[in-house]
Ligand binder design. Sequence first.
Ligand SMILES: N[C@@H](CCC(=O)N[C@@H](CS)C(=O)NCC(=O)O)C(=O)O
Length: 432
Amino acid sequence: MASGILYTYPENFRAYKALIAAQFSGIQIKIADDFVFGETNKSEAFLKKFPLGKVPAFETCDGKYITESNAIAYYVANDQLRGKTDIERALVIQWLGFADSEILPASCAWVFPLLGIMPYHKQTVEHAKEDIYKALTALNSHLLTRTYLVEERLTLADICVAMTLLHLYQYILEPELRKPYQNVNRWFQTVIYQPESIAVIGAFKLADKTIEYDPKKFAENQGKSSKKEKKEKESKKEAKESKKECKVVTEKTAAVEDEADATEEALAAEPKKKNPFASMPKSSFDLDDFKRFYSNEDESKSIPYFWQKFDSENYSIWLSEYKYNNELTKVFMSCNLISGMYQRLDSLRKGAFASCCIFGEDNDNTISGIWVWRGQDLVFTLSPDWQVDFESYSWTKLDPSKEETKTLVEQYFSWVGTDKEGRKFNQGKVFK
Ligand SMILES: N[C@@H](CCC(=O)N[C@@H](CS)C(=O)NCC(=O)O)C(=O)O
C-alpha cells in the first residue's frame, strides 16, 4: 500500500489533489509537520531529495521521491481514480493537462493581482478572464449530460480539475459570474462536498462577491516579502538575489497563505449562520417522528399517518419538476442528479422531507418529486447554502385539502404510477 510523507504548506490546492485521492483510496499520508515554506524546501537536505525545491513533494515509505502534484495524486490513487481502462486513463490525463494548461495560468493571472500578490495589469487580467470563460464554457457543455468528467464515476480528473478551480470559486466567481456555468457549478460542488474532499478542505464557501483589487494590499505584501528577504539575507549569508520565476512563485504562494489565513479569520469572525427555521412558530407536526415512521412502516400505514399529523399552517407541500428532462440520458445519471442535490441540501434536512422519482428509462426519463417543508414559501431562498439546484426545477405549491394533492402524495411516497406523459416509475430517492 502506497504511503509516505507529504511536504507542503497548509491549504495548498496542489497538495489537496493527493490528500483527497488518498482519502478515496484509504491511504495514509503523513504531512511533514515541521515544514516551513521558503526554508525547509530550500534546505540542502530537501534539495537533495527534490532538486527544484518545490512543493508538494512526496517521500514514499520505501524511500522514493515524487514531485509534481498530479504525479503524487496518481501515486496515492486507486484504480477507480486512475481510470480502469486505457481510454479512461487517457481521458484522466487529458483533464489533468486541461487543468494545468487551460485553467491554471489564467486563474493565477486573475486571482493573484486581486489577492495583492502580483501587480494588476488590466490587459493581462482581461485576457485571463477570457481564457477562464472559454475553459468554463467547454467544461459546462461537457458536463451538460455527465455527472463526472470521465465515465460515470469520480476520478482523478474531477479531483484535479476541481482543485485547480478552487481559488476561482473561492475568490472570484460570485453568483452572477458563475451563473452561466450551472453544470460546472453543480459538478464542482458534487466534487468538493464528497465526504473525502470535506475531510481535506473542510467546509468550502463559494464566493459571495469577487474580491476587489486593492493597490495597498499589493504594496503591503511587497513590503512583507522584502522584509522577510532582508531577514533571510541577514541570517543566511549565502541567500542570493534571484529573479527566477520560481522565486516569484515563492512570494506569491507565501502571500496566498497569508491571504487564506486572513479569509479564514474573516469567516470565523462572521456572525454564526442563523437557522432559517429558528424564527418560525412551533408546529404540532413532528417531522422527525414522521420520517422515522415512514422508514419503518409500510406506506399503507405511513401515508395515513402523514395526513393525520400534517400541520398545514406551519408546513407546505410542493411538487418539483425538473426543467431539463429532455437533456436527461442514463437513469443512473438522473439518480446522481437527485443524490447530488440532496447532498448539497444537507442542512435543509432538519426542516424538510422529500421523495423524488425518476420515471421512464435510459434516454427517455423525467425527474419530479413531492417536498414537504416548514413554512409556506419556497424554502431555498432562505439560505445561501440551498441555492445550487432549485432553479433547475419548477416548484408548484399544492393545496393540502385537495384530492389531487392526496393522490400525488400517495404516488410519490409509495413510488408507483407514471409521470404526466405516461412514463412508468423507475426509481425513487427519499430526502430525510
Ligand atoms: N507543477 C508543480 C508546481 C509546484 C509549485 O510551483 N509549487 C510552488 C508552491 S505552490 C513552490 O513550491 N514554489 C517554490 C519555489 O518555486 O521555490 C506541481 O503541480 O506540483
